[in-house]
Structure formats: structure tokens, C-alpha cells
Ligand binder design. Structure first.
Ligand code: SF4
Length: 395
């Protein structure tokens, strides 16, 4: 079976990069920012003896400040941004047929790399949106640098991820949008370093920072606000559920009904989940692929019958990022009981959120008003979208 993180850079996937992170933090020349993915906050507690699924967001932020980060940002902010871009792209594909349908999600680098190797003929079907990790890296070194008056070449951007494939993604040569924006070759990447949850836990333990003893703190503006829609990015079906909420608004001008706020057909651990929506009289057929082992069948169906679905989410890890290869290893691989505890925690957080729709994220709105313009606009395309590489055929 294909393992999303391994092909191409096996040594890097296993390498401990905590010393590199400490070196950045100890160098006063740098302004070091960090972002944390949705799935990190429901798993890091396990490294400190808590049961799976315990919500550790505020203490995670506090711990990162104790390590010396100059700003602590939320990848969830960029998940809302991704939804703005991806839902816009989807609507354009549906209404204007600008690019082919079905559209596949593109936020999982394990899936993207699989498609590049095994289904290059489907690459035009992948959304051109970068993942939230890469979007946040790009806006940290452009918008944030501008707003705060910081030399972008002195910003070091670190990501804490549940995922080993994210290390590969950050080093793709095309992930240098800030360097192109500033015409500055001193900026070598939008995300300089990716740490897994286990690596972060090792750093905290090395500095005797007890996560559980810390007070809860908030993420930093202007890249720190999130919505419930962003929180469920860490769950299989969550990206689809979040995208559908905003696509509904874009197509109708109205907030989605309650059935789309608890979109149960795409939830759970089934291998492939399907659903149909009726929006303004049009039927939208969607599918969610839970785990890379199930994606070949779906790709073959798409090749035979491209009209079966309009929108397909693929996450390489069973259960989504909550069981990524960089998560705590209480059990290897994680049991479904562990997966479901982490999943439940993210859904509960969404339900308890005051704002559950990405287009209502005030900081994301400010980003468009002050800097980007409109979703899928010229600057948004330059900073937040990418292209893919035909890496096939595979021997
Ligand atoms: Fe990484 Fe797995 Fe999430 Fe894909 S599903 S982004 S491989 S953790």
C-alpha cells in the first residue's frame, strides 16, 4: 500500500528537527511565528497523560509562548481562508465550467502526491488551493509582515502538524509565494519548518514546560481567529462539510440550513461516504474518501464516469488528520476508539462555536478587505493557489 509520507524523502520524514526549531528561537535576529493545525489540540494532551480527545487549545498556545515564539497563529484561520478560496473555485467550476468537474480537495499532501504519481490525468480536477498550512505561511510573510512592519526575510514560520507529509509539502519548490511577492530571494520558503506533535512535545519536555500547569491563552491577531467550520478540517468529511456551508451561501446568498450545519452523511468512519444536495434546484453529488486505501476505486470511477460526483474530498489517513503520522503514539496505529474520541472533540467544538461559517470569520474578511481583494482574485491566486506535477508513471 502507498504510504503518503514516505515516497521520495524517507530520511526527512524520520528526522527530528527540534534542534533546528530551538536554533531559530534562540536567534534574536528572527521573528519566529508558529501555527497549529486543527487536529493538534485534541491529541497533544496524550503526550502529557490525558486521554485521547481532550481539548488543549488554550494551554497549547500558552506553551508555545513559553517556548519563545513571537506570535502564535491558528491554522484554523487559514482553514477558513481555504474554504473561501475553494468554495469560490467550486462555484466557478459549476456555474462557469472554468475547470473540469468533479473537483477534488487538495489540502492533504499525501493525497496530492498520490495523484501526481498514480493519476496525473486527474490533476486538473484537483482544486488549485494550497493547504491551510501553506496559505498561512504565505500570508504571514506578506500581509502580517506589512501590517506589523516586519522585514519578511526575518520572519521564520514554523508549523505544528499532525502530519509527516506536511514536511514534504513545505519544501515543494513552488511554495515560495512570499519570495515572489517581495522579489526577495532571502525568503527561502513560506513555511520554514514543520514539526510533528511528537516533536513539539519533546521540545516542551526538554524545557520542562508542563502543558497541563499553564493558563489558557488566545491565539494572536491578525491570523488567529477561527470558526467552527475550520475546526472540523481535522476530521474525515470535515473539509467537505465546511466547504458545502460556504458554497451554499455563495450560490444562494443565504446562510445554510441546519441540515448543513450537522451534515451527517459525510460523518463517520465509512470508507467512502456519499451525499446529494439540492441547491437552487440543482443537484450536487459529493463523495468523501476516508483513507488512501479507498481512493483508487473512486479515481477509476471518475475516469469512467466523470459525471457521477461534483465534489470529492480525499484524506489519506483513516479518520482524517486526527490520526496523522505525526500524532502521539498511544497506540500504533491508533485504534478507532482513539480516532473517535479525537473526532468527537472537534465536532463538539464546532457545535459550541458562536460562528460556524467561514465567510463570517472577521479576520479573514479583514484580510480580503485590506490586502487580498476578492477570493480567487489576482493576488489571492498568486499567494494561495498552486499547481501540480505529473510524477508518473511509477515503476
Ligand atoms: Fe497529513 Fe494524513 Fe491529514 Fe493527509 S490526512 S494532511 S496525510 S495527517
Amino acid at each position: 500500500a502507498y504510504c503518503p509520507g514516505k515516497r521520495g524523502i524517507p530520511a526527512m520524514q524520520e528526522r527530528d528537527e527540534t534542534e533546528k526549531a530551538f536554533a531559530f528561537l534562540e536567534n534574536d535576529e528572527y521573528h519566529v511565528v508558529v501555527q497549529t493545525a486543527p487536529a493538534v489540540r485534541v491529541a497533544i494532551g496524550e503526550e502529557f497523560g490525558l486521554p485521547p480527545g481532550e481539548w488543549e487549545e488554550g494551554q497549547l498556545v500558552a506553551a508555545l509562548r513559553r517556548l519563545g515564539f513571537d506570535a502564535v497563529f491558528d491554522t484554523n484561520f487559514a482553514a477558513d481562508l481555504t474554504i473561501m478560496e475553494e468554495a469560490t473555485e467550486f462555484v466557478k467550476r459549476v456555474v462557469y465550467a472554468e475547470k473540469p468537474l468533479p473537483m477534488f480537495t487538495s489540502c492533504c499532501p499525501g493525497w496530492v502526491k498520490f495523484a501526481e504519481y498514480f493519476y496525473p490525468e486527474l490533476l486538473s480536477h484537483l482544486s488549485s488551493c494550497k493547504s491551510p498550512q501553506q496559505m498561512l505561511g504565505a500570508v504571514a510573510k506578506t500581509y502580517y509582515a506589512k501590517e506589523r512592519g516586519i522585514d519578511p526575510s526575518k520572519i521564520i514560520s514554523i508549523a505544528v502538524m499532525p502530519c509527516t507529509a506536511k514536511k514534504f509539502e513545505a519544501q515543494r519548490p513552488e511554495m515560495k509565494a512570499a519570495a515572489e511577492y517581495w522579489h526577495n530571494e532571502e525568503i527561502t520558503a513560506d513555511v520554514d519548518l514543520v514539526l510533528t506533535v511528537r516533536e513539539l512535545a519533546r521540545m516542551l519536555k526538554a524545557k520542562n514546560i508542563d502543558l497541563l500547569a499553564l493558563p489558557e491563552e488566545d491565539y494572536d491577531p491578525i491570523l488567529g481567529e477561527d470558526t467552527g467550520a475550520a475546526r472540523i478540517f481535522g476530521v474525515t468529511g470535515g473539509v467537505m462539510e465546511a466547504a458545502v456551508r460556504t458554497a451554499y451561501y455563495f450560490l444562494t446568498g443565504e446562510d445554510p440550513p441546519d441540515t448543513l450545519l450537522e451534515f451527517t452523511p459525510v460523518r463517520g468512519l465509512d470508507d467512502v461516504k456519499e451525499a446529494s444536495l439540492n441547491i437552487n434546484g440543482a443537484t450536487i453529488n459529493i463523495a468523501v474518501v476516508n483513507g488512501l486505501a479507498n481512493v483508487r476505486n473512486v479515481c477509476e470511477i471518475v475516469m469512467d464516469n466523470p459525471n457521477k460526483w461534483h465534489f470529492i474530498e480525499v484524506m489519506a489517513c483513516r479518520g482524517g488528520c486526527i490520526s496523522g503520522g505525526g500524532q502521539p503514539r498511544t497506540e500504533v496505529p491508533p485504534t478507532d476508539e482513539i480516532r473517535l474520541a479525537r473526532i468527537e472533540s472537534l465536532y463538539t467544538s464546532d457545535e459550541l462555536s458562536q460562528i460556524r461559517l467561514s465567510y463570517l470569520n472577521e479576520e479573514v474578511r479583514a484580510l480580503y478587505e485590506k490586502f487580498l481583494g476578492e477570493p480567487n482574485g489576482e493576488l489571492a491566486e498568486e499567494l494561495l493557489h498552486t499547481h501540480y506535477v505529473d510524477r508518473g508513471p511509477v515503476a
